[in-house]
Ligand binder design. Structure first.
Ligand code: NAD
Length: 487
């Protein structure tokens, strides 16, 4: 079959039914889109912050009006239960709103101080868009996650070519359709569908920046693909987030947070809780309460199926390995893995720190709860990971100091996964969780190039950067340096 016309079908992970058929776009098709995007980018940039703000807020209203469509698609194509779909849409809308309303303040031209040497200059700084940004998204939050790049890249004045995951192209298509309803004039946001090769083509077809969200392995491939052309890359990769319960932490609240943080979206959250470290003083109480509550949570009602069939094998391997190496199953076990579901939360304890369930991303509703000496010991173990995306801490005293010692991009204190819902805060990780930021002020700047301008206002009494200067000028400069430098 001609690759340009090859197609693929996305499936409902719960039933196997087809949801939609889309083209597998090749490099020629991707290049054509980038070319169209370049023209659209010029128009979009020329609209200015106010013009874009109006249109992005219209997009938010269109998405809100057409919300039943995306809630249905998130359920059918990704497998989410209704509650997870509504939560995903709600946080998405807050980011579109924030990016639209704050872009001018964060990125618009500002006068800057000139410092003691250049006081005859007027200095200004503006953050200008890159031009055309390629956004590559995952399937686990097929609306919220790409919008973390799309809304901020668009608000900054870029046009975007967006490649959604091959598991959730219909959700991606809905984002582009709703945007086109709000901004019908030019193809400012375009869709490119397909699997890995389409994403690879996007990296090498002349975009000005790539914003990637997905696994560590693919992130590393994308970095390599972008290296020859020096295309800048934003990498939002996986996580192995820990929740630490201090000896004075609220045990009941921590149990609820661990359960929801571990099981929401069937455990398929980059910032989902996979490791729990509980201080010895409250460990027994925590485990007794957690096992009781975990038995009340059920697949199909509280969370959906595992979206990617191949992930079930990884989840099973992590559980088997943990048990073979001396871990104990407190709730569920290998028998919980029943395709396409993990039937309920799996809670393991006494799992060796070097086992797969504590080192690799499990991406299922599996919680490993290990006993630690105290909060400091919990933080030390939490930090002992290649990943460093988010973290949670339950404690009463010294929370600010403890939170600062967590090696991660984000921390929720006495809550879980609160940070993605705060649009003013940057989102992103350290280490194997990637680099660069979406959301907030940093997220807007991520999609821009700082553009600095100086304008001479008058001839400085001290001539330095000209051959018209005299020996006295340099002597005076040295005098100033001595005064200024020894202050
Ligand atoms: P993945 O890496 O398999 O795929 C992500 C995207 O990359 C897909 O669109 C895929 O088609 C594309 N792709 C695959 N090979 C490519 C290549 N060679 N070049 C360019 N693109 C290519 O990830 P996934 O399974 O879709 O998503 C799950 C992962 O994403 C997990 O690791 C999860 O933690 C992570 N994630 C991170 C965040 C975050 O913000 N840090 C958010 C959500 C998900």
């Amino acid at each position: 079959m001609d690759t340009a016309t090859a197609e693929f079908t996305s499936l409902n992970p719960a039933s196997g039914e087809a949801v939609g058929t889309f083209p597998s776009e090749d490099e020629t098709a991707v290049r054509r889109k980038i070319q169209r995007a370049r023209e659209a980018a010029a128009w979009w940039d020329a609209l200015g912050h106010d013009g874009r703000r109006t249109r992005l807020l219209t997009w938010k209203r269109v998405m809100t009006r057409r919300r039943a469509e995306i809630i249905d698609l998130l359920r059918r194509e990704n497998g989410k239960v209704r509650a997870d779909a509504v939560i995903e849409l709600s946080v998405t809308l807050t980011h579109v709103d924030w990016a639209a309303r704050h872009a001018r303040r964060v990125l618009g031209r500002k006068r800057m101080p000139t410092g003691p040497l250049m006081f005859n200059q007027a200095a200004s700084l503006e953050y200008k868009p890159y031009g055309v940004v390629g956004v590559i998204g995952p399937w686990n939050y097929p609306v919220f996650t790409p919008v973390g790049s799309l809304a901020y890249a668009l608000a900054a004045g870029n046009a975007v070519v967006f490649k959604p995951s091959e598991f959730t192209p219909a959700c991606g298509s809905w984002l582009v359709d709703t945007f086109a309803e709000a901004v019908p004039e030019h193809p400012v946001l375009q869709l490119a569908t397909g699997a890995g090769p389409t994403g690879a083509a996007l990296c090498t077809s002349g975009v000005d920046k790539i914003a990637f969200t997905g696994s560590r392995a693919t992130g590393s491939r994308i970095l390599a693909a972008c290296a020859p052309s020096l295309t800048p890359v934003l990498l939002e990769l996986g996580g192995k987030d820990a929740l630490v319960v201090a000896e004075d932490g609220d045990v009941d609240a921590a149990v609820e947070a661990a359960l929801w943080g571990g099981c929401a979206n069937a455990g398929q959250s980059c910032t989902g809780i996979e490791r729990v470290y509980v201080a010895d003083a409250v460990y027994e109480r925590f485990v007794a309460r957690l096992t009781g509550r975990a038995r009340q949570i059920r697949a199909r009602e509280d969370f959906g199926p595992i979206t990617m069939p191949a992930q079930l094998e990884i989840i099973r391997r992590h559980i088997d390995d943990a048990l073979e190496r001396g871990g104990r199953a407190l709730v569920g076990g290998p028998e919980s893995v029943s395709p396409p579901y993990v039937l309920g939360p799996v809670v393991l304890t006494d799992v060796p720190e070097d086992s797969a369930a504590l080192r690799e991303e499990t991406f299922g509703p599996v919680l490993v709860v290990n006993r630690v000496r105290d909060a400091e010991d919990g933080v030390r173990r939490a930090n002992d990971s290649a990943y460093g995306l988010g973290a949670s801490l339950f404690a009463c005293r010294g929370t600010t100091a403890l939170a600062r010692t967590l090696r991660s991009g984000m921390v929720s204190v006495n809550d879980v996964m609160a940070f993605p819902g705060v649009p003013s805060l940057p989102f992103g990780g350290v280490g194997a969780s990637g680099f660069g930021r979406i959301h907030g002020t940093d997220g807007l700047r991520e999609f821009t190039v700082p553009h600095a301008v100086t304008r001479r206002r008058f001839q400085a009494p001290l001539a330095i950067s000209t051959y018209a200067r005299g020996a006295k000028d340099i002597a005076r400069l040295e005098h100033i340096v001595r005064l200024f430098g020894s202050r």
